[in-house]
Design a protein around this ligand. Sequence first.
Ligand code: DGY
Length: 323
Amino acid sequence: MARIVATSHLPGDPARLLDGHEWIGPARGDDAWSRVRWLGELATADALVCLLSDRVDAEALAAGPSLRVVANYAVGHDNIDVAAATARGVAVANTPDVLVEASADFTFALLLAAARRLGEGERLVRAGAWAGWTPDLLLGADVGGQTLGIIGMGRIGRAVARRAHGFAMTVLYTRGAPPDGVAATAVTLDELLAQSDVVSVHCPLTAATHRLIDARALAAMKPGAILVNTARGAIVDDAALAEALERGHLGGAGLDVFVNEPAVDARLLAAPRLVLAPHLGSATTTARTRMAELCVNAVRDVLSGRRPANLINGDALAARGRA
Ligand code: DGY
């Protein structure tokens, strides 16, 4: 019987899919385990199911000498030292595809909320400070027919492009390939920043994309443009974004992700025209349940000697074969 450590309870109660194995982790309604707690449980674990907030680094991998697989309950895997896992023959899997539509919907929710100042409007109404309809109350930016720049035309970027098509937007993009049947133009990052009315970030966080959207990039955006980030917080320089909003250079921004979640930079909290969300991109019941199933499938596959469908590091299996 294998021992699977899960750092959090997951929607859909996926432990039931792993009959015959021992699933150890917090019960429904309990908090996710602290790092100290799950590290302690790794000593005899064969598999780890972790959250994007769990740092699976060399220390964690060393704490699990029998680990065979790490299943990350997220598509982004910047929280995992994949090279270290590969070197130890530990397979790493993630949860792509099943969260694409939910994440693209949420990107559009943030985009529209930022453009139309929905957060400010809601706060006004709730504060009892709405004095009535006036011609110039909370005027925002048009979205339909505008230009959307997608940084990172991967699976989620393509789903966002399909939605933009429905809004008659012109779509520009860097990296990747556009969806079939949607006109989109590949441009350089500088061209995208200079021409887009809305810039939406969909690339993974890597050394190359860390603070990709810095003060220079923000200054290169059109005056009044809107920035949306549903990818990873560290891709955007918080202080530079706060400054661009304070100066009124940007017309608004929508952030679902932050550098040190759940902490949010105080300047961002005070910045005007900024819509904030607590990392909700994939947060639909369907997407989160299917993400849990993918994690379980990956664990089951590795424990049964099969290659998981969403394996990130194919070399790990070869490394284990050599061990
Ligand atoms: C991911 O999967 O990487 C998202 O940030 C959370 O679903």
